[in-house]
Write a protein that binds this ligand. Structure first.
Ligand code: DO4
Ligand code: MG
Length: 291
């Protein structure tokens, strides 16, 4: 039996209208789930079985909306976004190269029991596909970090996953580990979406590829690829640490770390286009602006 493709849901709007919840029907069409009673993602992500919930809604007659007519929004409402770091060997090697000062910290955290977890963004600052991502005006070495993002409900369960970009300033991070929040958290530094793939088993997600291309004046100036299978820690381990001694009443998003880092002589420029694709989920595309 061929496995069924994951159900993919999104937040979308038409013209200046309200944000609605959609289910991807095919490459060019959404089913509008809002008239069936689903006007926010949270009740779906909090339900006992989100996949069964969507299938039940989709069995009713629903309005079909051409994808070409909608604006896709970031797929979060009130969740905080957190990030794990140094979870792929490539990330550990890159951080150790960028900083003599912090090299041992990166080396240690890769194999320590406790993962590196840091706060990345509040929901309203996250940018969606098609909106600009930022590079800091006071940084000279900026990169995107293409990452799988776990979608966690308030019980700490992984209910879905999406595509993420953990934009980072490597010179600021490399100068001193204590500058990490400034290297990671600034305007337009986090992009997510547009799709949440619901209820996919970790073994399946681990077979997915994470690819990135950076285009400059129509040319690809960097491309790279890894597999989620290279992620050192399990989803449960990362989610478990995030939910230790901390409640997330609306759930949380957790970026799982990057396994693709451009060569050390590469930095992003304004107008570059960052295209990140995770094979089972979809494409997140953003143009770069200086903030
Ligand atoms: O420790 C610095 C950040 C690591 C990170 O963001 C990553 O590995 O993806
Ligand atoms: Mg990262």
């Amino acid at each position: 039996m061929t496995p069924r493709a994951p159900l993919k849901v999104c937040r979308f709007a038409q013209m200046e209208g309200h944000v609605r919840i959609g289910l991807l029907a095919d490459d060019s069409t959404l089913l509008d789930l809002s008239p069936a009673g689903l006007t926010r993602l949270e009740p779906l992500l909090e339900s006992e079985d989100p996949v069964a919930h969507v299938r039940a809604l989709a069995s009713r007659p629903l309005l079909r909306v051409p994808l070409a007519d909608v604006r896709l929004c970031a797929p979060l409402e009130r969740q905080e976004v957190w990030a794990a770091g140094v979870t792929y060997l490539r990330s550990k090697a890159a951080r150790m190269e960028e900083s003599d000062f912090s090299a041992t910290a990166y080396d240690r955290v890769y194999s320590a029991a406790r993962p590196e977890l840091f706060f990345k963004s509040v929901a309203e600052k996250v940018v969606s596909t098609g909106e600009p991502v930022g590079i800091r005006a006071d940084a000279r070495w900026n990169v995107p970090e293409p990452e799988l993002a776990l979608v966690l409900n308030s019980r700490g369960q992984v209910v879905g996953c999406t595509v993420g970009n953990d934009m980072s300033s490597r010179d600021i991070e490399g100068e001193n580990l204590l500058y990490l929040p400034q290297a990671k958290v600034y305007d337009r530094s986090c992009a997510l979406g547009p799709w949440i793939a619901l209820g996919v088993a970790e073994t399946t997600v681990r077979s997915w590829a994470i690819k990135i291309e950076i285009e400059r004046s129509g040319q690809v100036v960097f491309s790279g690829e890894t597999s989620v299978g290279q992620l050192k820690r399990s989803f449960e381990e990362l989610a478990g640490y995030l939910f230790r001694s901390q409640k997330f009443p609306h759930g949380a998003f957790l970026l799982t770390g990057t396994g693709v880092v451009p060569a050390d002589n590469f930095t992003l420029q304004a107008q570059d286009v960052v295209v990140i694709e995770i094979s089972g989920i979809g494409v997140l595309r953003n143009t770069v602006v200086v903030v």
